[in-house]
Design a protein around this ligand. Structure first.
Ligand SMILES: *Cc1c(COP(=O)(O)O)cnc(C)c1O
Length: 338
């Protein structure tokens, strides 16, 4: 049995989702005439209590649009050094927004209000770039799916407000955090100036991310999306999948997390594994023994038709998702026993 835990982006639409996609009413979204796209954008904005939303092909695009709209060339963006916007978006902050980055040392990809406060530049000093925005990630991919403490987020918001700094959230996996925490989408909408969420990860859609924010912010992001070549036409089938996922797939994430915890325990018993990061959501990071490289571990599992990815010299990542069932979990137990 093939077991593919490389990423939660690998999922295929369920039968129900495919039906919704096939039946979606369509129009030209560049003209603002795709009813399914409009419905998704309105639905997401309402969920978060935000004024407007923009449906885009990728989370890289929604993050990059946010940074582009919020900053001016030469400004500085504060984030944790493990952030996706810094590590995995092709240098897009420099390429698209001409901004510099202040990557900070956090704990499992999370920074604190105190560290943010200590790293805000003096805007009156011409030597220093102007600190324009802070970007947080929740959950943190490179932090092993770790979840931010919302009290800390509130404190970071206070620091940002006191200093006139914008607060953005890369919420590619925000729903994974939300099903494990008491906060709501509305709490997040109230706290951040802009939010990016991915539909193509744990929510099981084939393609799609949403950018949320104020009406003028989204209007500007829509302009830049067009300039980047991201103005799409009959995107409604993808949007309909997104609306379906927001209605039906959020609750399924809890089962992904339960299975992830079980995998964490299996890996802890594996002789090649030295330590497993705390498993909070659907990502499992395993630290290997010093004499075993991640590449060798990945290759070894590949011979058993089990697939994960290298995440550092001695670090491997597994991600659970909607296509990984209890049956797969049971089969994995034997494969990891060596
Ligand atoms: C996946 C991901 C994104 C967006 O990735 P795309 O592949 O461009 O959709 C952004 N941030 C984080 C933390 C992610 O894991």
């Amino acid at each position: 049995m093939r077991i593919d835990l490389r990423s939660d982006t690998l999922t295929l639409p369920t039968k129900e989702m495919s039906e919704v996609m096939n039946n979606a009413p369509l129009g030209d979204d560049v003209y603002g005439e795709d009813p399914s796209v409009n419905a998704l954008e309105e639905k997401a904005a309402a969920m978060f209590g935000m004024e407007a939303a923009l449906f885009c092909p990728t989370g890289t695009m929604t993050n990059q649009l946010a940074i582009k709209v919020h900053t001016r060339p030469g400004d500085e963006v504060i984030c944790d050094k493990l952030s996706h916007i810094y590590l995995y978006e092709g240098g897009g902050i420099a390429m698209n927004a001409f901004s510099s980055v202040r990557p900070l040392e956090g704990h499992l990809g999370r920074i604190t209000a105190q560290v943010v406060a200590e790293n805000i530049n003096n805007a009156a000093d011409v030597h220093q770039p102007i600190t324009r925005m802070v970007s947080l990630e929740n959950t943190v991919n490179k932090g092993g799916g770790s979840i931010y403490d919302f009290n800390e987020i509130r404190k970071i918001r206070e620091v940002c407000t006191a200093n006139g700094i914008i607060l953005h959230l890369d919420g590619a996996r925000l729903f994974n955090a939300l099903v494990e925490a008491p906060e709501t989408t509305l709490d997040y909408g109230k706290t951040f100036d802009s939010i990016s969420i991915c539909l193509s990860k744990g929510l099981g859609c084939p393609i799609g991310s949403l950018l949320l924010g104020s009406k003028p912010f989204i209007a500007q992001a829509r302009r830049y999306r067009k300039a980047m070549g991201g103005g799409w036409r009959q995107a409604g089938a993808l949007a309909a999948a997104g609306s379906y996922a927001l209605d039906h797939h959020i609750d399924l994430l809890r089962a992904d997390h339960r299975r992830a915890k079980a995998i964490g325990e299996m890996l802890a018993g594996n002789s090649w594994v030295e330590a497993v990061y705390p498993v909070s959501t659907n990502i499992i990071l395993a630290q290997l023994s010093q004499h075993i490289t991640a590449t060798d571990f990945v290759e070894k599992l590949k011979t058993k038709d089990v697939h994960c990815v290298s995440f550092g010299k001695h670090l491997v990542r597994f991600v659970t998702h909607i296509d990984f069932t209890d049956e797969h979990l049971e089969a994995l137990k034997q494969e990891l026993d060596f």
